[in-house]
Design a protein around this ligand. Structure first.
Ligand code: ADP
Ligand code: ZN
Ligand code: ZN
Length: 739
């Protein structure tokens, strides 16, 4: 084949959601010029139509021209992903080593991943005509209704169909005016105008900032890229700083994006923004319908929303006037996606802010060690809030040594005291369900998941029914009446989860409401709202919950906090185990004793003498974090070295292991290991068998990010094209959160 044959006027290169890290060539219809980011309907393999994203035009293709297929049609007039978002998607594809098409899909609302045009919602506008403008009002004085309507049109020029009622204009009046040629009817897209910001958009007066808050706010430079770490203890008034920073951005005519960790947080957070600002604000979270998400996406794209608050994937919201990004609770794990494109929304936020030249505000009472390191080394501006905004005292913390996860006598007594003082109690257990395992007292049989290297948790489904449930593969099984191994009927739940603790507390305190907050309880509609309402009423009650409780909630009347079941954290094989423990303890402690309440926190643990726990309790999170950072430095772990892992799983362990072994050899031949670049493994993942598949990982540790990136790029290309990869699942996890 000659080069001539491969030349065409225009070939369009298209990104689509496929596992291949490449673009696909198509022939555009009528040689139409396509802007990057435009959605196309294209045939692919034996699928008649899927969504492709136009990336660029080229004159040449590696595929023979006659084999290129034409696109079906162009889906939208304007690119669904504007230039800014396309650039961000490209960055994600490069940095995280995922196909660009998959990243584009991630950035689009679900409805736009289907090959359908963006639904254009319209509304009816009545417009005054030139004749209408020039008609003297007295000319219609014989029809008073028409006269009144004409007056309204001469004032307003345009009236939306929905608001006709306000002017008392009836359908027959409209008809009469239309026949006289005084007004015209128009159908226009709903999203077509840029809402202007009202001059006075504050609903309530901002609080007077204390000197630390004031300093933090004044440090933020707008219209300039910089990352600020707002490192402030719980209750120090970080949110007030966000609110006033947002006010400044809005005063500059800009939009603001606020990321929050979880939906559990959103109702309270949104309320605080809505109470402050008379502005269009939208909350994007997983509870929304696809239709509603698309609505929000469209209005923010058209500049009609001023503030968008949302969870992880909101980082891809189109905001043409974006002027500030806030990432609240920046240390939170939920910012890292653990499936599909394994991106970190916090890190993508940094890149987005940098490309736009705008400030990024990261906030936390317990900053991640990565962010803290960047702040200490001067890459981020470190803004410290060391005092509680209302000078509330921090709680006293005491450790109670016990190996039992049941509530000790002392704890029960203190709960009683607290309730007698008309205050609320928070019990924190990081385990949902009734008990983490069911065990036979005669032969030590335990409820192992048949599909995973994990135990099945006992759950109480309702008063009568219990069930075994694997939290890793979702397998559910009946609770056996007898031990499957020795037929003994002496089966016993071992350990305590939130449900069991709830049950025990209800028995001990029959007259006090016990509220459970965990993933199971909040998945039931209205339950979280009801619980929050009860809590906010301030009446004495006992809250039992998982880390969901530790996240940003502001409860005014908590007098006592009890932390149970912390012990696993000490033995976590994960290098982030200590960091997590410190964050969790500090966050839970921070919920206690706000608003004139000196609170108390009890930690029930077997390891009261653990040096890191002692350090945390005596010196606080800052010193604790610096010690852990120092350990990371000596062991060559993040943030001092950069990690990437290649994960692979297969039905037969040898297959996954072999694949990664070869991957390592290939990697070594691309860049041989040296002082600053190490290959570790392959070894089994922390949980080797999960859902009947065997998981292995290969770790790549590097002091030089750029070297790691170029290595992975070449390696991914080779792996993708290798025969061994067929039928195997493998992926790259950059800056992994866990192994
Ligand atoms: P954080 O987000 O750091 O946990 P919040 O912003 O929720 O803290 O503030 C804690 C409490 O202190 C809230 O009730 C808030 O209204 C109040 N607060 C914050 N800043 C001030 C201030 N400058 N003056 C008085 N009260 C404040
Ligand atoms: Zn048995
Ligand atoms: Zn399982």
């Amino acid at each position: 084949m000659t080069e001539q044959q491969n030349q065409a006027k225009n070939i369009i290169q298209v990104a689509l959601a496929s596992p291949f890290r490449r673009l696909f060539d198509y022939i555009p219809t009528n040689n139409a010029k396509l802007n990057p980011g435009t959605r196309l309907s294209i045939p692919f393999g034996n699928q008649k139509t899927i969504v492709g994203i136009a990336i660029k035009t080229t004159q040449q293709s590696d595929t023979p021209l006659q084999k290129l297929r034409p696109i079906n049609h162009i889906l939208d007039k304007k690119p669904a992903l504007n230039a800014e978002l396309m650039e961000l998607c490209q960055w994600c594809a490069d940095y995280y080593h995922y196909p660009l098409g998959e990243v584009c899909h991630l950035a689009l609302p679900a409805l736009l991943r289907k090959p359908e045009p963006i639904p254009v919602e319209t509304h009816i506008l009545w417009d005054i005509s030139d004749t209408g403008i020039n008609t003297a009002i007295d000319d219609v004085k014989r029809a008073p209704k028409q006269q009144q309507a004409l007056l309204a049109f001469q004032n307003k020029k345009q009236i939306k169909a929905e608001t006709l009622k306000q002017y008392d204009i009836s359908a027959s009046t409209l008809k009469a005016l239309t026949i006289k040629g005084l007004i015209t009817r128009q159908e226009v897209p709903k999203y077509y105008s840029i809402a202007s910001t009202p001059d006075n958009f504050l609903k309530e007066k901002p609080l007077t900032l204390n000197p630390e808050q004031q300093h933090a706010l004044e440090s933020i430079q707008f219209n300039n890229f910089n990352t600020y770490l707002l490192d402030g203890i719980t209750g120090s008034g970080k949110t007030e700083v966000y609110l006033q920073a947002i006010e400044r951005a809005v005063n500059n005519g800009q939009q603001v994006l606020v990321l929050v960790p979880e939906i559990g947080l959103t109702p309270q957070t949104t309320a605080r923004f809505e109470n402050r600002f008379k502005l269009p604000i939208a909350a994007l979270h997983s509870g929304l319908s696809d239709k509603r998400r698309l609505d929000i996406w469209q209005s923010s794209q058209h500049g009609q929303l001023t503030i968008v608050i949302g969870t992880r994937s909101s980082i891809f919201t189109p905001l043409p006037n974006l002027g500030l990004i806030v990432v609240d609770e920046e240390h939170d794990l939920s910012y890292k996606q653990q499936e599909g494109v394994r991106y970190s929304a916090r890190d993508v936020a940094i890149v987005r802010a940098q490309k736009l030249g705008i400030p990024l505000l990261l906030g936390s009472a317990t900053p991640s060690l990565e962010s803290l390191h960047n702040a200490l080394s001067g890459r981020y501006q470190h803004l410290l809030l060391r005092q509680r905004a209302q000078n509330q005292p921090l709680p006293t913390v005491e450790c109670i040594s016990t190996s039992d996860t049941n509530l000790s006598e002392q704890v029960i007594n203190e709960i009683r005291q607290t309730i007698l003082q008309e205050k609320q109690v928070l019990i924190f257990i990081n385990r949902r369900g009734y008990a983490p395992v069911l065990m036979c007292q005669d032969c030590n049989w335990i409820s192992q998941c048949p599909h995973c290297d994990s135990r099945m948790t006992l759950h109480r489904v309702n008063q009568q029914h219990q069930q075994l449930h694997c939290h890793h593969c979702d397998y559910r099984a009946r609770v056996p009446k007898q031990c499957p191994h020795c037929h003994s009927s002496r089966l016993q739940p071992l350990g305590t989860g939130t449900q069991r603790s709830e049950e025990q507390l209800e028995q001990i305190f029959p007259n006090t409401p016990v509220l459970r907050i965990d993933r199971d309880s909040i998945s039931r509609k209205g339950e979280l709202e009801a619980a929050l309402e009860q809590i906010n009423s301030g009446a004495p009650c006992i809250l039992v919950g998982t880390q969901m409780l530790a996240k940003g909630h502001h409860f005014a009347n908590l007098g006592l906090g009890v932390i149970l079941g912390l012990d696993q954290a000490f033995f976590s094989s994960d290098f982030r185990g200590a960091e997590r423990m410190g964050q969790l303890l500090t966050q839970v402690t921070g919920r206690i004793g706000r608003e004139n309440n000196k609170g108390r926190v009890l930690i029930q643990t077997h390891f009261t003498d653990h040096p890191l726990l002692q350090l945390l309790l005596s010196e606080g999170y800052q010193s604790f974090a610096q010690t852990v950072l120092h350990e990371r430095k000596t062991t060559g772990m993040p943030p001092y070295e950069h990690i990437a892992v290649i994960r692979c799983h297969a039905q037969q362990p040898e297959l996954a292991h072999q694949f990664l072994l070869r991957a390592r050899q290939q990697a070594e031949s691309i860049i041989a290991p040296h002082n600053g670049l190490q290959y570790l493994g392959p070894f089994p993942a922390t949980m080797e068998k999960r859902n009947n598949r065997y998981h292995f990982i290969l770790q790549i540790k590097s002091t030089n990010r750029r070297e790691r990136q170029s290595l992975l790029q070449t390696l991914c290309e080779q792996l993708e094209n290798s025969k061994q990869a067929r039928g195997l699942h493998w992926l790259v996890d950059i800056d992994p959160q866990e192994f």
